[in-house]
Design a protein around this ligand. Structure first.
Ligand SMILES: *Cc1c(COP(=O)(O)O)cnc(C)c1O
Length: 381
């Protein structure tokens, strides 16, 4: 079986981790945490990094930092992971949705304005599967309506956005395009700590508030006297030791993903019936996962393609199912009667192929042969 992901853990990770364990600093204080936070924030081009236990708690903490009033709204794509909606709901807010773009699968930025109302407090763009969201229109709307921007950058470590879309303009790294940005370091993300996450921001006050929030609301001058509700969302120094080694070779990791995408692209471009990932002119994407979408005129859906590929020894994962189609959210009275046709279509016709950092050229050949065989069977009935 060729797995959809296998993490790449090198000798440097083992060296730092061993050093960390031997030092005895195995909980959430220690020098690896500081170094990892600084290295990651620095790489993203922002001043503060606040490491947390995972990408979901990063989103939770980032939304908490906005101090929503009950019923305040946050605009997000329907085509995302439930972590985004959970972060808003658990903070007393209401997620408000927009559809996906058919080419990048990111949020349709031209639908955002119509969803802004009196209760809107923030926009949460989610950079999907490696491709940056078009951030200029979002920044303009945020400025005009006094909204905060939280980027969910879990899937775009290292991706860049060309501000203004003008040649010779400024390329800005995802994570530095909003007020706050969140990352996940789950095992399938470009940089992994096993489980882990981080919120990054340039704002000193937001950073201080996030540091209190992840640590039970502890704050000087008196430990165990609390003025705010918090959580234990701390990352361990051991995770940070692995993370630091991973950040040190992020360029190599991004290059590997781009090599993988080019290799897939060369082999799959000639197949009829498949939509492949794009890279728009103002984006430097990182191909977190290599997604494909079946054309509408193929007689079977992604579930059937996944079944056929599995038979041929290739593991895949389905695309997201939109938030407006989630039973648990609809049961709560959310998104009644709403429909988002692009998200609904790609949820049924999209999947991603093996995209891990250990993937070899021979494996990519084998995956593409399997895809070709699986598609061919569709056409001959
Ligand atoms: C992975 C991911 C998350 C959640 O991260 P965890 O570390 O698994 O909690 C959130 N948002 C997006 C877009 C993700 O891909």
């Amino acid at each position: 079986m060729i797995f959809v992901n296998e993490p790449l853990i090198g000798d440097r990770e083992l060296e730092y981790l061993t050093d960390c364990v031997r030092s005895g600093w195995i909980s959430s204080a220690g020098e690896y945490l500081d170094r990892f936070e600084n290295a990651w924030a620095g790489y993203c081009g922002v001043r503060h990094g606040v490491a947390v236990s995972n990408g979901t708690t990063a989103l939770h903490a980032a939304v908490a930092a906005l101090r929503l009033q009950p019923g305040d709204e946050v605009i997000m794509p329907t085509f995302t992971i439930i972590s985004c909606a959970l972060a808003v709901i658990y903070n007393g807010g209401v997620p408000v949705l927009v559809d996906a773009e058919p080419d990048t699968w990111n949020m349709q930025t031209d639908q955002v304005e119509a969803r802004i109302g009196e209760r809107t407090r923030a926009i949460m763009p989610v950079h999907t599967y490696g491709h940056p969201v078009d951030m200029d229109p979002i920044a303009q709307l945020a400025a005009a309506h006094d909204l905060r921007i939280i980027e969910d950058a879990a899937e775009v470590h290292g991706a860049e956005y060309l501000r203004g879309h003008v040649e010779g303009g400024e390329w800005v790294r995802c994570g530095a395009l909003g007020d706050l940005a969140t990352f996940s370091f789950y095992a399938n993300k470009l940089v992994t700590t096993g489980e882990g996450g981080m919120v990054v921001t340039d704002d000193d006050e937001l950073a201080a508030s996030l540091r209190r929030y992840r640590n039970l609301g502890f704050a000087p001058p008196r430990r165990f006297e609390h003025h705010e509700l918090g959580h234990n969302f701390r990352m361990t120094n051991m995770q940070a030791a692995i993370g630091l080694a991973q950040v040190e070779r992020i360029e190599e990791t991004v290059a590997k993903k781009r090599w993988m995408a080019a290799a897939y692209g060369e082999r799959l471009a000639s197949l009829d019936g498949l939509q492949l990932p794009v890279q728009l002119l103002w984006a430097r994407q990182v191909y977190w996962m290599y997604g494909v979408v079946l054309d509408d005129d193929l007689a079977f859906d992604a579930e059937e393609l996944a079944r056929r590929l599995h038979e041929l020894g290739v593991q895949t994962r389905p695309f997201f199912l939109g938030m407006h189609e989630q039973p648990v959210l609809r049961e709560r009275g959310l998104f009644g009667g709403e429909s988002y046709p692009v998200a609904e279509r790609i949820a049924r016709r999209g999947l991603y192929l093996p995209s891990g950092l250990t993937l070899t050229e021979a494996q990519i050949d084998a995956v593409c042969d399997a895809v070709s065989a699986a598609l061919g069977r569709g056409r001959t009935g």
